[in-house]
Structures are given as structure tokens and as C-alpha cells.
Design a protein around this ligand. Structure first.
Ligand SMILES: Cc1ncc(C[n+]2csc(CCOP(=O)(O)OP(=O)(O)O)c2C)c(N)n1
Ligand SMILES: [Mg+2]
Length: 594
């Protein structure tokens, strides 16, 4: 049997064949013995697709599948809640570049992954979800644990379908992997009634897909590439605006070569952080609502904005009418539907970012652009991200800076949502793709811990740290037990301000400090950690921060550190919702700090 043993996965020989018969089956006729049960077809197709690890939770209508998984050479991680499992599959996918796989039962199991699917959908993360369904003849009867899974998940998946005929099973699963991992990637769900899992069938060898309407590989237009290169060569003040699409297309190397050759500064979205090394002078770091002043000013004053694998999200653009209003806009994207969706684009280039950047590299010329880089250097000098270093309390930014220093900028970081997430984006300098895993589009509190578990499974030798908010952590902290069970030595740094900090910040600034319902009583996290077998540390003095981080990094077990930080610290700068990108609040506050 294959399985987890004392934190190690034990694999034994596995043959992909119909011959996994029981004594009863052996008694059947020769013809019958070459048939495979649907559940076996699922497992064989997953292995054929290269699946090595899966996440998921049991239930009545997936028992045939779990029975076949019992001795399959696939690592299986069982979360404590299906939402956690789906975020784990997502974290696994983001950290590895592979497709994450989640399995759940029907009804409540399938409903519990809706948030995880929507999170992956908004950030274009490839996931295949396999859900069990009630028997085909009971569908529509309000059967026990029946939910209209394909109906419920249609808006939060790239594609979904239900397999009612065993003949379609293997092909539908292959199609799911193909759709999830090509074009603009995303989650795909396949709903499989329990009777299909036990029906016997002899699948043919054909690996053909039946997707006549799906054309993910769009060949980039040579003329569009040339007009983009021409605009770049003519531009005095260009800016690259980089999103998660560069990471998804594995095009970071091409981006570096392109930015170097054409000599263009690089601003990144939250999803794009890590695509370009932030330690370099050409990095403008993150742009947008809590982006750097220098990125936002550069975007507003540029004469050419080159968006690549980004979608002009409102948290990035601020007021659309005034966004980069003096600039010509080039938009490189794999998804034709995102071109001119929010902002009119002058030169669209549709296709794979890696291919397009390689083609453009040949056509762009080096330009000194001394004035432009001079201006950027002045903004960088005047408006760096800042906080009060002389404060006697623990500043959240200090904790993150110290984590950055002690990990030498090398850790894989996941986050919660809110202030913790924005400070992480501001104060940890990311240098490589797939280093920051954060829920950008949906902004899902509770993402950080399970995503860290998925990332640690994908990258067992790397250091994985979840920098989380107290209330974000509260949402999925039950998954700490999963990390302990599978001996995944993730670290959790809770930026514990006691508040839904980002909500409190908005209430302070826009609702006259009426902190309505944004405070909750937290558990003692050190005790919670110890209760499930993890290590726990509490830090309430500024002077103890460095040694607590050191102790955490030396810890072999999963470890939670509860940093009791300054409770009413704000994230600066801030572009208030609906304001222009260069109308940032908080610059004076930052400037006044030592
Ligand atoms: C599931 C979910 N519910 C509600 C929100 C709205 N929301 C955004 S940030 C935030 C507060 C987060 O609090 P915490 O995790 O403590 O982070 P902090 O801002 O204090 O760092 C809330 C409630 C959300 N993003 N996700
Ligand atoms: Mg908080």
C-alpha cells in the first residue's frame, strides 16, 4: 500500500491497468476482467496527467474513488475543511506551476470549495476539482447531499461539466487538465455521479479531446509586435506594468532581458510581485491603492504604459478616467476578452507573454532616458515606504522587515488579506517568481495558512512563511492540525493588531472612527499552536522580535508566532477608492517619520 507514514510518503509499485481485481471479480468472465470501474479510470487518468499530489475530503459519493486511491502512487493530503483543501491545491499550483487537484464529496463538500474556486478564478490559477455527485437517476430529486454543483460553480470556474456517461469520463478529465492549464489558466470542475464511478467500461486508447470551440493558443500578430516595439523605441517616459500573467507564462527571464535591453522601469501588481527582482534599481515595486508613490507617479506621468499579463483592476488604476491619461497604452495578454475591458488600449498584442516578449526583444533598442530615470530616482529618494522606527511598540512593518532580513529575502511567503497583506507587499522585497502567494483578485481572508501548506507540499525543501492577519488566520486556523499531521514545517507570523485592521483603517478615515464590529476577541495563539502539536511563541516587546524570528526559523515543527503589534497603525500611502492614482493620502505622514 502507498501512503503517509510518519510524515514521509511511502510509494510501492503501481500498475496502470484494469488488473486490480478482488477474488469476487476474478470469478467473472475473461471479457469482464478487462473492464475498469469508473473510479479506476479516474485514478489512471490522473496519473497519466502527471498528478503526484492531491488534496481532498471524503464523503459517501466519493467512496469508490477513495477506495481506488488507497493504493495509488499519489500523495493525498486531507485538510480539515474543504475550503482549506482548495486553497492548498491553489498554493500548490502557484508554488509549483503545476495543476492543483482537489476532490470533495457532493452537496456540503462541493459547496465548501466555492470560495477556493472563486479565489483561483480571479487570480487565473490552474486547479482541477473533482466532485462526487448523487446517483444519476436521483439528480433533481433533492436527494441526500445533492447540490447543483455545476450550477453553483459555473461563475467561479473557467469551465465545468458533469459526466453522466462512463464513456465520457477519461476524456472529460483530460479536457479539464487541458483547459485549466492553457490560455488564461483557471479552475475547472468535473462533477462525477457515484454510479459512474462504479460502472465498468473498457476505455479506448484514444487521448483525443473534444473541444472544437476552445482555441487557447493565439499566435501573436507580427504587425502588432512591430508597432508595439516602434512605440517603445519612440517613447521618452515608458513604464512596464506587470501582472501575474508573466509568472503564469513563466516569462520572468524574458521580462528581465526586455526591461534591460529597452531600459524601462518596472511596476508590478500584487500578483506580479516577484516577476522582476525588486532589489534592482529599475524596480518601481507595487503600484496601485497601497503601491509606492514612485510607481504611481511614474504611471501617471509616463508617455507609454506597457501592460503585460495584467487586467487593469480598480485597485491598480484608481479613477479610470484619469489613469495614465497622457500615455499611449500597449496591452499584452493571453485573454482577448481583457483587452480594452476597463481602459481603452492603443496597441493590443494577444498571445503568450513569453513568445511575445521574445519577439519584441529583437525589435527594441536601448535608450538612456536619463531625464526619466533621474525623475524616478528623485521620487524614490523622497517617498520610500516608511514607518516610525523610533516607536516603542512593535510596528507591523518592522516585523516584516526583520523577517525579510533574517530569511535573506529567500522565503516563499503567503499572506492573509488586509493590512498584513499590503505591508508584506511593501516591506518584503521579492526577487523571483512564485515567491509571493496571495489572494489578489478575490481578497480571500483565510487563504494564507492553507496556501502555505500547499506550497510546502510542492516545495518540501524551501522555507514557507505565512504572514497573516489575526482575523484572516482565525478563518482557517483549523488547518494547523493538517500541517502538524503531515509534518510540514510551515511558519506562521500573525500580525496581531486585534482588529480587522484594514476595515478599521477605513472606519477611521471614512466613518469618523466609529469602529463598528471590527474588533473580535482572539484566542491565545501560542496555546492554540501547542494544542495541535505545533510550536507557539508570543512576542509583546519590540526588543524580542529578532530573537523570536530566529527561534521560529530554527524550529523543525510548524510554528506560530503571535506578534502583538501596534493596534492602530495604518497602511500608507493610500489612494482612496475612486481617487486618481496620484492623489495619495499619507505621504506627509510618511515624510514626517524619522
Ligand atoms: C472572507 C473575507 N471576508 C471579509 C473580507 C473583508 N475584509 C477585508 S480585510 C478585512 C480585515 C482583515 O483583518 P485581519 O486578517 O486581522 O488583517 P489586518 O487588516 O488586521 O492585517 C476584512 C474583514 C475579506 N476580504 N474576506
Ligand atoms: Mg488584524
Amino acid at each position: 500500500m502507498a501512503g503517509w507514514n510518519n510524515g514521509k510518503f511511502i510509494r510501492k509499485g503501481y500498475k496502470m491497468s484494469a488488473k486490480r481485481s478482488t477474488t469476487a471479480e476474478q470469478a467473472k468472465s475473461k471479457d469482464q476482467s478487462s473492464l475498469k470501474a469508473g473510479a479506476q479510470i479516474i485514478v489512471d487518468t490522473l496519473i497519466e496527467q502527471g498528478v503526484e499530489t492531491m488534496f481532498g475530503y471524503l464523503g459517501g459519493v466519493v467512496l469508490p474513488l477513495f477506495d481506488r486511491l488507497y493504493d495509488a502512487p499519489i500523495k493525498f493530503i486531507i485538510p480539515r475543511h474543504e475550503q482549506g483543501g482548495c486553497h492548498m491545491a491553489d498554493g500548490y499550483a502557484r508554488a509549483s506551476g503545476k495543476v492543483g487537484v482537489i476532490v470533495t464529496t457532493s452537496g456540503p463538500g462541493a459547496c465548501n470549495i466555492v470560495t477556493g474556486l472563486a479565489t483561483a478564478m480571479m487570480d487565473s490559477i490552474p486547479i482541477v476539482a473533482l466532485t462526487g455527485q448523487v446517483r444519476t437517476e436521483l439528480i433533481g430529486n433533492d436527494a441526500f447531499q445533492e447540490a447543483d454543483t455545476t450550477g453553483i460553480t459555473r461563475p467561479v470556474t473557467k469551465y465545468n461539466s458533469i459526466v453522466k456517461d462512463i464513456k465520457d469520463l477519461a476524456r472529460t478529465i483530460r479536457e479539464a487538465f487541458y483547459i485549466a492549464s492553457t490560455g488564461r489558466k483557471g479552475p475547472v470542475l468535473v462533477d462525477i455521479p457515484v454510479d459512474v464511478q462504479v460502472t465498468k467500461y473498457q476505455p479506448d486508447d484514444s487521448k483525443e479531446l473534444l473541444l472544437p470551440g476552445y482555441r487557447p493558443w493565439i499566435k501573436p500578430h507580427a504587425r502588432q509586435i512591430s508597432s508595439a516595439a516602434k512605440a517603445i523605441n519612440e517613447s521618452q517616459r515608458p513604464v512596464l506594468y506587470i501582472g501575474g500573467g508573466i509568472i503564469s507564462a513563466e516569462a520572468s527571464e524574458e521580462l528581465r532581458a526586455f526591461a534591460d535591453k529597452a531600459h524601462i522601469p518596472v511596476a508590478m501588481t500584487l500578483m506580479g510581485l516577484g516577476a522582476f527582482d525588486q532589489r534592482r534599481d529599475e524596480s518601481l515595486d507595487m503600484l496601485g491603492m497601497h503601491g509606492s508613490a514612485y510607481a504611481n507617479y511614474a504611471v501617471q506621468e509616463c508617455d507609454l504604459l506597457i501592460a503585460i499579463g495584467a487586467r487593469f483592476d480598480d485597485r491598480v488604476t484608481g479613477k479610470l478616467k484619469t489613469f495614465a491619461s497622457n500615455a499611449k497604452i500597449i496591452h499584452v495578454d493571453v485573454d482577448p476578452a481583457s483587452i480594452s475591458k476597463n481602459v481603452p488600449v492603443d496597441i493590443p498584442v494577444v498571445g503568450d507573454a513569453k513568445e511575445i516578449m521574445t519577439a519584441m526583444l529583437a525589435e527594441v533598442e536601448y535608450k538612456e532616458r536619463a531625464d526619466w530615470f533621474g525623475k524616478i530616482a528623485q521620487w524614490k529618494e523622497k517617498f520610500p515606504f516608511k514607518y516610525d522606527k523610533n516607536s516603542g511598540t512593535i510596528k507591523p512593518q518592522y516585523v516584516i522587515e526583520e523577517i525579510y532580513e533574517q530569511t535573506k529575502g529567500n522565503a516563499i511567503i503567503t499572506t492573509g488579506v488586509g493590512q498584513n497583506q499590503m505591508w508584506t507587499a511593501q516591506f518584503y522585497k521579492f526577487s523571483r517568481p512564485r515567491q509571493l502567494l496571495s489572494s489578489g483578485g478575490l481578497g480571500t481572508m483565510g487563504y494564507g495558512l492553507p496556501a502555505a501548506i500547499g506550497a510546502q507540499v510542492a516545495r518540501p525543501k524551501e522555507l514557507v512563511i505565512d504572514i497573516d492577519g489575526d482575523h484572516s488566520f482565525n478563518m482557517t486556523m483549523t488547518e494547523l492540525a493538517t500541517a502538524v499531521q503531515y509534518k510540514l514545517p510551515i511558519k506562521v507570523c500573525i500580525i496581531n493588531n486585534g482588529y480587522m485592521g484594514m476595515v478599521r483603517q477605513w472606519q477611521e478615515l471614512f466613518y469618523g472612527k466609529r469602529y463598528s464590529c471590527s474588533y473580535l476577541q482572539n484566542p491565545n495563539y501560542e496555546d492554540v499552536a501547542r494544542a495541535v502539536g505545533a510550536a507557539g511563541i508570543t512576542v509583546d516587546k519590540k526588543a524580542d522580535v529578532p530573537k523570536a524570528i530566529k527561534q521560529m526559523l530554527a524550529e523543525k515543527k510548524p510554528c506560530v508566532v503571535d506578534f502583538r503589534v501596534e493596534r492602530e497603525e495604518n497602511v500608507w500611502p493610500m489612494v482612496p477608492a475612486g481617487a486618481s492614482l496620484d492623489e495619495m493620502d499619507g505621504l506627509d505622514i510618511m515624510e514626517s517619520m524619522a
